[in-house]
Design a binder for this molecule. Sequence first.
Ligand SMILES: [Zn+2]
Length: 270
Amino acid sequence: MTVDVEDYFQVSAFENHIPKEDWDRIPCRVEANVDRILELFDSKDVKATFFTLGWIAERYPAMVRRIVGSGHELASHGWEHVRVTEQTEAVFREDVKKTRGFLEEIGGQQIRGYRAASYSIGSTNLWALDVLADEGYQYSSSIVPVRHDLYGMPEAPRFPFSAANGKLLEIPVTTLKLGRRNLACGGGGWFRLFPYLFTRWTYRRVNEKEGEPGVFYFHPWEIDPDQPRQEGIGLKTRFRHYLNLNRTQSRLERLLDDFEWGRMDEVFLK
Ligand SMILES: [Zn+2]
């Protein structure tokens, strides 16, 4: 079970509408939402992995310590949500190094995992996996083996595979194999779009038929139907971001009840 800790205005879909210079002027909702998630996980006795932005950790160190103090794994989501496809190797190295060091300092635990902003590692920038291994990360969950307009590497394996000469484990988010195509169904917009029973069917299939653990992700803003609405965004972005926000929490509760969940490091790193 994974959470990508960022606020609603930091998503890649809004990057042309809300410049980074404005971030500090927008009231954050992430802390209250993370606290609700911690309460929810506690009530279901679930431990999870929180891929957290350095930018957020710098402003909410007490929240980061509450995540760690509740028994969850703290992991890196990069400093300020720049897609890896927009970074040179040197800039990427600096980003993942700084974020890892900072999170370790704030959280007081070793940072082993990384997830790229908007799953932006794929066939054009696989060098990023070597950089992650070099910088001390042990796993990444940054490749989605699907064909999608914004991300994806359809030819990548659907289940964890070794990268960077065996020094890094890449753990893709769960997909469903339909004929020759893979369908993304590991969380985010898909979880809000399809009825809950579809998600349950998918995860059961992965667990029982394929004998593999599933990887699910969501964002704190997805359980926050009262977040301010962004003006001027396209119809597709509006649909993807705001669809069924009021249903996420109850669907999550069912998902937490129906399966046994754990932290990425405990499930995948032996
Ligand atoms: Zn993100």
